[in-house]
Design a protein around this ligand. Structure first.
Ligand code: VGL
Ligand code: ZN
Length: 201
C-alpha cells in the first residue's frame, strides 16, 4: 500500500479514446487491467472524465472549413481541433466498461465550458480556470501524485505538467498510458515532462 499522502489520478479512460471510439488512441484499452491493479495500492483515487457539451469549440465540426487535427487560434492560444468526442451522456463519454469505478474517491469532469478546452485535470486550457482538483488534493493532505491514462501526449501530459508546477511530486507511469502522437507530440511530451522533473516510470 502506498503512503496516505499519495494519490492515483486516472485520466480519461473513456470509450471514445479506446479502439472503436471517436478519438481512438491506439491500444487505449490495453492499459485498463494495469490501472485496475494499481487501484489496490492507493487510498486516494481520482478519475477524470472528458465531458463536452454538443457543439464544443474544440470540435472541428463547430468551425467552417476545418477538419479534425487542424489547428486554430482561440482567445487563450492555439488549439487542436478534434473529432466530436466525449459528448455528455453519450456512450463514448462513459468510462471503459472494464475500468474499476467503485474505488474512486472523486470523479472530475472537464471540458464543460463550450468556449474553452480542458486537457489538464487541474486547469482549463486558458491556464487559469480551475477544476477544483488542486484544492481537493490539498485538503486531503496529498503531496505526491501518480498519473496514468489517455492520452499520454495531451491530457496526461498537461495534467502532469500542472501537478509538477503546483508542487506535487509527480510520476507518470508510462506503461499505463497510451498516446495520440500527432506530429511527434508524444516524444515532445515525454521530453518536456522529463525536463520539468516529472518522474517517468
Ligand atoms: C484528450 C484531446 C481532446 C485527452 C481530450 O484525453 O487526451 N485529447 N480531449
Ligand atoms: Zn476532449
Amino acid at each position: 500500500m502506498r503512503a496516505s499522502h499519495e494519490a492515483l489520478i486516472v485520466i480519461d479512460v473513456q470509450n471514445d479514446f479506446c479502439p472503436g471510439g471517436a478519438l481512438a488512441v491506439s491500444e487505449g484499452d490495453q492499459i485498463v487491467a494495469e490501472i485496475n491493479g494499481m487501484m489496490n495500492e492507493f487510498s486516494t483515487i481520482v478519475l477524470t472524465q472528458d465531458w463536452h457539451p454538443m457543439g464544443h469549440s474544440s470540435f472541428a465540426s463547430s468551425h467552417d472549413d476545418k477538419t479534425p487535427f487542424d489547428m486554430i487560434d482561440m482567445p487563450y492560444g492555439p488549439q487542436v481541433l478534434w473529432p466530436d468526442h466525449c459528448i455528455q451522456g453519450s456512450t463514448g463519454a462513459e468510462f471503459h466498461p472494464d475500468l474499476r469505478i467503485d474505488p474512486a474517491d472523486m470523479i472530475i469532469r472537464k471540458g464543460l465550458n463550450p468556449a474553452i478546452d480542458s486537457y489538464s485535470a487541474f486547469f482549463e486550457n486558458d491556464k487559469t480556470t480551475t477544476t477544483g482538483l488542486e484544492g481537493y488534493l490539498r485538503a486531503k493532505g496529498i503531496t505526491q501524485v501518480t498519473l496514468v491514462g489517455l492520452a499520454t501526449d495531451f491530457c496526461v501530459y498537461y495534467s502532469a505538467m500542472d501537478a509538477e508546477k503546483l508542487g506535487f511530486t509527480t510520476t507518470v507511469q508510462t506503461s499505463a498510458c497510451r498516446g495520440i502522437d500527432m506530429d511527434g507530440s508524444l516524444a515532445k511530451a515525454l521530453a518536456d515532462m522529463q525536463a520539468r522533473g516529472v518522474n517517468l516510470t
